[in-house]
Write a protein that binds this ligand. Structure first.
Ligand code: TYM
Length: 388
């Protein structure tokens, strides 16, 4: 049995991604696929070169269809139960790159319903509001406003309920238990929920009244949902959604992913410079016990969370990262210096992100989709009409 867990609701232990490829039945992204992609995009994002985006389902098919003149749209999302941390940004930064390179729509789902059902301590009102707050981080990354639709599940309740019903009817309780490990103590909303996360994979097909390919970028924890989507949607006459999947930005401590529930091991987009400094200075590194030993023996970047932050987000230049790696191994670079460099880079990024986040407040409504189904005004309209 592997000593790690990856589900949409829990990621723990040291994840073995090669094993996960086998277990989940996803495909590794290989050189041939990158070659095909580069024919269209002209360059390859560092996340692909560095195998941060490492696996996919049907991405080859997405490219083939695109070349034939049948473009796809992007779908990704967020479960709004708190503030956004740097790990969440990883799939979104890549999604933005795909949007730019292919000039396609992005449909962004805020699953307030999911967080309400799975998190005992949050009210529906709270998660709904977190959704709007989290949307500011998405907008701050610079998604094309003309091609980006952000929506909360409860704001699109009509469309979601209609379509989730059709999907739910094709999924049995035993499939849900086997896929998500839910047991008899699960509430019945949790059992139903995955049908909601499938709906955005057909939204553009519904609107255009023809099948439109859908590509879902996400970290590998969300794959179980889309495995089910791929089983069900062809039964309803739709394409299987394709996906492209990334590894987790690790926690600043020794193991596990960056998680909002462990405050001090995650860097949030709202963190102030001194908070970032404290968190990085307390991070787990691959360094030796003291500077003398570090100079003699060198450090170990492969287990170092500081190195991983450079590698996955803040030092995307290949020559620069090679230098950090070799100087660390050779004992030339001490952890203090390497942390200082990372702190500067994170704070530079966050200062710009926080500015953009503020500006996003003025344009939030331009991105949001809402169905205005308000029962009270429907009743009032009827009353007016009949004059009672
Ligand atoms: P959520 O809010 O847990 O996470 C949002 C996105 O961030 C990814 N992610 C991470 N990526 C890298 N490193 C990490 N440490 C890390 N932690 C989280 C998640 O995989 C996700 O892509 N149910 C979903 C919301 C959702 C969704 C979707 C996500 C609805 N539809 C379609 C992706 C695609 C959720 O709760 O995500």
């Amino acid at each position: 049995m592997p000593d790690f867990i990856v589900t949409p609701w829990e990621v723990s232990g040291e994840v073995d991604y090669d094993l996960l490829i086998q277990e989940f039945g996803i495909e590794a992204i290989d050189e041939k696929l990158l070659f095909n992609l580069k024919e269209i995009t002209k360059e390859i994002h560092p996340y692909l070169r560095r195998k941060i985006f490492f696996a996919h389902r049907d991405f080859k098919w997405i490219l083939q269809e695109y070349k034939k003149g049948n473009p796809f749209y992007l779908y990704t999302g967020r479960g709004p139960s708190g503030n956004i941390h740097l790990g969440h940004l990883l799939p979104w930064i890549f999604t933005k790159w795909i949007q730019e390179k292919f000039n396609v729509d992005l449909w962004f789902q805020l699953t307030d319903d999911e967080k309400f059902l799975f998190n005992q301590s949050i009210t529906l009102e709270e998660t709904h509001n977190f959704g709007y707050d989290n949307a500011l981080d998405v907008i701050a990354l610079g998604f094309n406003p003309k091609k980006t639709y952000i929506f909360s599940d409860i704001d699109l309740g009509n469309t979601f309920y209609r379509n989730a019903l059709k999907i739910a009817k094709k999924i049995t309780y035993s499939t849900i238990k086997a896929t998500f490990g839910l047991d008899n103590s699960a509430n019945i909303g949790q059992i139903f929920y995955t049908s909601i996360q499938t709906v955005p994979a057909i939204l553009k097909s519904l609107i255009e009244e023809k099948n439109v390919p859908c590509l879902i970028p996400h970290a590998v924890d969300q794959d179980p949902h889309f495995r089910l989507s791929r089983d069900v949607l062809p039964k309803l006459g739709y394409y299987k959604p394709a996906s492209i999947q990334c590894v987790f930005l690790p926690s600043l401590q020794e193991s596990g992913k960056m998680s909002a529930s462990v405050e001090n091991t995650a860097i949030f987009t709202k963190d102030e410079p001194d908070v970032v400094k404290r968190k990085v200075n307390n991070a787990f590194t691959g360094g030796q016990a003291n500077a003398k030993l570090q100079r003699e023996l060198g450090g170990n970047p492969s287990v170092c969370s500081v190195y991983k932050y450079h590698f996955m987000l803040f030092t995307l230049d290949d020559n620069e990262i090679k230098k950090i790696q070799s100087k660390c191994i050779g004992g030339e670079l001490l952890c203090g210096e390497c942390k200082k460099d990372l702190i500067q880079k994170i704070n530079k990024f966050l200062s710009e992100h926080q500015k953009q986040r503020e500006k996003a407040k003025d344009v939030l409504e331009d991105y949001l989709l809402k169905e205005k189904v308000d029962l009270k005004s429907l009743i009032n309209e009827k009353k007016r009409k009949w004059n009672y």
